[in-house]
Design a protein around this ligand. Structure first.
Ligand code: DQA
Length: 138
């Protein structure tokens, strides 16, 4: 069985109530239940943190044994050399995802420390971005 993990960064615990006009009205827990029951033959783990170092710890922990990481580093995408370096340091491929089309938004969201080290990037498709990223590993 393939082992994947979705790692979400800061403020993504507020999905469903956070800026729904940008991020939609669904909570991540409800979405996760749906995808876990859609992909019964895939282990899909989930981790969310608002803390940069916890995200790095999790990337290191899974990064030599999992088949894929679906990473939405949220705001840390645009600031974190540490998360970028962590992705470079591990063996597991990382697909970067974003719910919104970050290139259609403020200029500071056009910079990513994740993209140069990612296997690929999927953005702008709402929560569907996560499904496309999972499909890319199957
Ligand atoms: C985001 C885009 C980021 O710019 C933002 O800071 C987020 C969410 C997205 O999924 O669209 O928190 O990663």
């Amino acid at each position: 069985m393939k082992k994947l993990i979705i790692i979400n960064g800061p403020n993504l615990n507020l999905l469903g109530k956070r800026e729904p006009e940008i991020y939609g009205g669904e909570t991540f827990d409800s979405f996760l239940e749906k995808i876990q029951s859609k992909y019964v033959n895939v282990q899909i783990d989930y981790f969310q943190s608002n803390i940069e170092g916890e995200l790095i710890n999790k990337i290191q922990e899974v990064g030599f044994s999992y088949d894929g990481i679906v990473l939405n580093a949220a705001a840390y995408t645009h600031t974190s050399v540490g998360i970028g370096d962590a992705i470079k340091a591990i063996e597991t491929p990382v697909v970067e995802v974003h719910i919104s089309n970050t290139f259609a938004r403020e200029a500071f969201r056009h910079q990513s420390y994740i993209s140069p080290n990612a296997k690929g990037v999927i953005l702008g498709f709402g929560l569907q971005s996560y499904i496309l990223a999972i499909e890319s590993f199957l």
